[in-house]
Structure formats: structure tokens, C-alpha cells
Design a protein around this ligand. Structure first.
Ligand code: ADP
Ligand code: MG
Length: 265
């Protein structure tokens, strides 16, 4: 039987960034229904770096969609930063999403014919930020992910790791409370994936709460807490007392000879 370990809140006064109570999600499929989540309760607090694991179909992406305000639960409550988002309209959800949540995906999801800078500026338009400081904010975020000198590059002119950095800068540009990433290293080689994890650890130390879905135990080992799902249920919730130190691991590797990260024949 899977073991369930409950985690005491960091401090009683802390309000969770994510609070789920008895969350269920069903999808209509053909004639029947799929129960993607079957009663999930959990709290995630500010400053945590959480990995979400579990086999394919266990409900990880469904949970991310609910927590990311892309969808609402069939039953139960979801609160983000203390605000109950369970019954909000699509417009209200998109408002919360653009102000509080940054998303990173496996396939980067950048606009192909648009420069790195314009990709990063895009969420500022949706959030209706003042036009005057959009470029400046976007440049600052590209600087944070180490791409300050590549603002005019198009996605096709960037390596996979660099494209994922642009996507991370785009996710950060509205100063989100929460960064959600679904298999962010799934399309990257090992070293480039390590560099992205190192960036997540750095952002996390700066106070950004991060939730990463992964099937890779090596990725989960970089997080300070690991949630495991099976068949729509949370079956394990563990603290990781000694997360990997990606900065130290990268420093110990021989220097990369190919910045683009492409295989050398
Ligand atoms: N939009 C949808 N419509 C119907 N079924 C869905 C939909 N999204 C997910 N599911 C089903 O819900 C279950 C959980 O899916 P998902 O959350 O994507 O799992 P995971 O991300 O862990 O692989 C699966 O059985 C999946 O087929
Ligand atoms: Mg998934």
C-alpha cells in the first residue's frame, strides 16, 4: 500500500499559495465518464519547490489545469493565494491566470514568427500592463534567464534550452506568485535539462513557488517536496531533506562544447 505522510504547514500563520480540498474532476468521454481526479486535498506554501509524479493518466495535468485556473473542478474547492477559484467564469479565471500564474510546457509553446522579446511581452498585453514599460520588463526577465543578449532572436535561431528559457521568461513577466511547469525538461537533453532545473532552483531561492510535473525521478530529486499521484489520488507526499544542488552539479561537469546542445556526429 502506498504510504501517506501528512505535512505540517510551515507556519500556522502562513496562507497556502495553493489549497485543494476534496478536488474531483470528471470528463465526459464517449458514453461514460473518466474520473481524472478522485478527491485530492493538499496545501502548497509560498517558497516551496514541488515535484508532481505518477504514471501517465494519473491526473497530474488535470491537477495543473485546475491549479493553473485553466479549468474548474467537478467537485471540491481550489483556492489560489486564498482566493477560491472553483466557481469562477472563464473571464475571471483568465484574469487570475494572467496576474498570478506562469506556465511552462514541455514543447515551449513559443510563437514561431515572433522574437524572444515579443514572446516575453505577450502576457503583458493580456494583463493590460502599461505599454511604456512592457519592453523593459520583458528585457529584465530575459536577463534573469541568461538571454539578455538574444532578445531579437526568433525561436528557430535558438537551441531547445534557450527556447525553454524564453518560455520561462514569458512565464515570469507578470511577476506570478506561482510557476507551473508540465514536463519542462521532457524535450531536452540531460545537460540542458539540468540547466533548466538550476534556473528553477535559482528562481525558487528568490521566492517563487514552483510546481513541476515530471515522470523523471532525477528531476523530482531537485525539488524540496514530492507528490505522487495514482489513479486520480494523491498517494504520497514527502519532503526531500537534501534536494540535488544543480549549480554544484553543473560546475563539476566538463564545459559544454556545443552551446546549441545539438548532438555532435
Ligand atoms: N479533456 C479530457 N477529456 C477526457 N478525458 C481526459 C481529458 N483530460 C484528461 N483526461 C483523462 O483523465 C485522466 C487523467 O489525465 P491527465 O490528467 O492528463 O493525466 P497525466 O497528466 O497524469 O498523464 C486520463 O485517463 C485521461 O485520459
Ligand atoms: Mg500529463
Amino acid at each position: 500500500m502506498a504510504e501517506i505522510q501528512t505535512i505540517p504547514p510551515a507556519a500556522a500563520a502562513d496562507r497556502p499559495v495553493i489549497a485543494c480540498r476534496d478536488v474531483a474532476k470528471t470528463y465526459a468521454m464517449g458514453g461514460g465518464v473518466v474520473q481524472a481526479l478522485r478527491g485530492v486535498s493538499l496545501d502548497i506554501f509560498a517558497g516551496e519547490f514541488v515535484a508532481v509524479m505518477g504514471p501517465s493518466g494519473s491526473g497530474k495535468s488535470t491537477l495543473m489545469n485546475l491549479v493553473g485556473c485553466l479549468d474548474t473542478p467537478s467537485a471540491g474547492r481550489v483556492a489560489i493565494d486564498g482566493e477560491d477559484v472553483s466557481d469562477l467564469s472563464p473571464d475571471q479565471l483568465s484574469d487570475i491566470r494572467s496576474r498570478r500564474i506562469g506556465f511552462v510546457f514541455q514543447q515551449f509553446n513559443l510563437l514561431r514568427r515572433t522574437s524572444a522579446l515579443e514572446n516575453v511581452m505577450m502576457p503583458l498585453m493580456y494583463a493590460r500592463r502599461p505599454v511604456t514599460d512592457r519592453a523593459e520588463r520583458a528585457k529584465r526577465c530575459l536577463g534573469m534567464v541568461g538571454l539578455g543578449s538574444r532578445t531579437d532572436h526568433f525561436p528557430s535561431q535558438l537551441s531547445g534550452g534557450q527556447q525553454q528559457r524564453v518560455a520561462i521568461a514569458r512565464a515570469l513577466v507578470n511577476d506570478p506568485t506561482l510557476l507551473l511547469a508540465d514536463e519542462p525538461t521532457g524535450a531536452l537533453d540531460t545537460r540542458t535539462g539540468m540547466e533548466i532545473l538550476e534556473l528553477f532552483q535559482r528562481l525558487n531561492r528568490q521566492g517563487i513557488t514552483i510546481v513541476v510535473v515530471t515522470h523523471d525521478p532525477e528531476v523530482a530529486a531537485a525539488a524540496s517536496r514530492v507528490l505522487t499521484f495514482r489513479d486520480g489520488r494523491l498517494v504520497s507526499d514527502r519532503r526531500n531533506a537534501s534536494p540535488r544542488d544543480l549549480a554544484a552539479e553543473l560546475a563539476a561537469l566538463p564545459p559544454a562544447n556545443d552551446e546549441a546542445g545539438e548532438a555532435v556526429a
